[in-house]
Write a protein that binds this ligand. Structure first.
Ligand code: GLP
Length: 242
């Protein structure tokens, strides 16, 4: 396989496909080295700039990573984010990772605009605001910002969440067994605050999630979260009857 100079597909994009094919065919192991930019340039008759563009894209996508002075290597496969109503804890355990949470902020705020509307409560009603850095095997994965009306879980601010699942706590201590939900997921760019917490360069690709969870038609949580796009991909099974 080689680069087709007459193709309307840009050369850096052709090289991307060739490189991914090469990784697949050679069954390159995670952390295995891909050929250097110089070698790739020579092999495919491309300028160093074009090769760098391809590698930059694959790094931004989370498929490769660079080690300065050493080279470029194959990254771990992304974690599949299931589109079920599972908690972060359940999701991570199901994938063989040890879930973790680090408290970033806990406070009670009066509900304003968007939060009040989404939770379907009057503006000014008190809401628990919980910000956590979520980790898998100690590695930062996401920042979750949960908003829970005080009325549904009055004593929540006194309870420790360290090493504890929020969903489990809501069920055990408040009898809140989530029975429905809705979620939107969109692409975004990481702002400086989240980038620092997630250990990413500012402007990295992220997935922005907004989830509302309900018990008997009452919204009990509005979560607005930032997930690393270099570590997550969405996965759903498709059923033509639904
Ligand atoms: C998921 C949801 C969040 C929710 C969290 C609870 O990640 N997107 O809305 O707050 O699970 O996770 P846990 O029960 O592990 O604290």
């Amino acid at each position: 396989m080689s680069i087709d100079p007459t193709s309307p597909v840009p050369k850096y994009a052709q090289l991307r496909d060739l490189l991914l094919e090469w990784i697949d065919e050679t069954q390159l192991a995670v952390d295995g080295a891909v050929p250097s930019e110089r070698e790739l340039g020579l092999r495919y008759g491309l300028s160093r700039m074009t090769v760098r563009q391809t590698i930059d894209h694959l790094v931004a996508e989370g498929k490769l990573y660079r080690v300065p002075g050493k080279g470029t290597f194959l990254a771990r496969p992304k974690i599949e984010m299931s589109l079920r109503m599972a908690s972060f804890t359940e999701d991570m355990r199901a994938r063989g990772f040890e879930p973790g949470a680090q408290d970033l902020a806990r406070r009670i705020d009066p509900a304003r605009g968007h939060v009040a509307r989404m939770l379907d409560i009057s503006p000014g009603s008190p809401v628990h605001h919980i910000e956590r850095l979520r980790t898998a095997d100690g590695e930062p994965m996401a920042i979750e910002r949960s908003n829970i009306p005080l009325s549904v879980a009055p004593g929540l601010s006194e309870e420790s969440l360290s090493g504890r699942s929020l969903y489990q706590l809501l069920e055990d201590d408040y009898g809140l067994l989530l029975d429905s939900g809705e979620q939107t997921i969109e692409a975004g760019l990481c702002d400086p605050t989240d980038a620092r917490l997630l250990g990413l360069p500012t402007g990295s690709a992220v997935l922005l999630l907004q989830r509302r969870s309900f018990v008997n038609g009452t919204c009990v949580e509005l979560a607005i979260s930032t997930y690393r796009a270099d570590r997550y991909q969405l996965h759903s099974t498709l059923d033509p009857r639904q």
